[in-house]
Design a protein around this ligand. Sequence first.
Ligand code: NAP
Length: 288
Amino acid sequence: MSAKIIDGKAVAASIRSDIKQAIDARKAEGLRAPGLAVILVGNDPASQVYVNHKRKACEEVGIISTVLTPEADIEQHELLELVDRFNADPDVDGILVQLPLPEHINESTVTERIRPDKDVDGFHPYNIGRLAQKRPELRPCTPYGVMKLLESTGITTRGARAVIVGASNIVGRPMALELLYADATITVCNSKTQDLPGVISQADIVVVAVGRRHFVKGEWIKPGAVVIDVGMHRGEDGKLSGDVEFEAAAERAGWITPVPGGVGPMTVAMLMQNTLEACQLHNEPPLD
Ligand code: NAP
């Protein structure tokens, strides 16, 4: 293996430690701790695991978390009322509705009901729009975390050729906006892209978020490229793997994220960061 490993666990731990320090400093000044409200609808096991990670991370850094767990048959208007309640609560800085939601509930309607200045997932069209207009406020957690991982390698994104494989609202699209904001030259691929191996082989930075295990082959990677694997798949043996053929890609790449221990821990760390930033936003409104 020639690639250097991008240690997401270590980068995330360092970010969480900085957040803890900032929250301790707030409390020492007599300011309140940030508050995060999480709504988990139903009992999807994967969502329960994610929410549990988020709750534990809050505890570690000193964010006060509240988790509501309404039944899967909650009516949409009742869920919106819960969101409204947290929108109006001055002790709640961040609101997160864990996705996916049951089919009878419209995810966009719920996401858009969250006050943009409490939208710590960064999915609200206002926050996506701010990022698109080079004035980011609360940034989508996973792409924001990927930018921190790239920063940790010391490589320059300015002028780099970046290929994003996947164009979903929660990963691919905001990832493209983040890389564009960082002055990379971007190409975004979706399921209709022609000659994907050819496109990927041109990339200095490849971010893969397709949702198909080992979809990107090692031989497609340009020698020395940075490979960020957002994919997450749990095998029958319980082991996690990503969207990239790790071993083969690591033979060619300059830097690569492992799965687990790459992007995953960063998503939670950036949620903590966003909750702190939202709290600061509420206490210190921006001038513009
Ligand atoms: P998604 O909503 O299913 O989107 C997948 C994207 O991949 C779509 O844009 C789709 O294109 C594109 N795609 C599908 N087949 C393709 C192909 N043959 N060539 C090029 N593009 C193709 O998935 P997602 O929510 O973005 O998640 C992607 C992966 O990331 C999943 O494994 C998920 O578990 C993981 N994830 C991890 C984290 C984390 O914290 N580590 C966070 C979020 C997601 P179309 O637009 O044309 O359909």
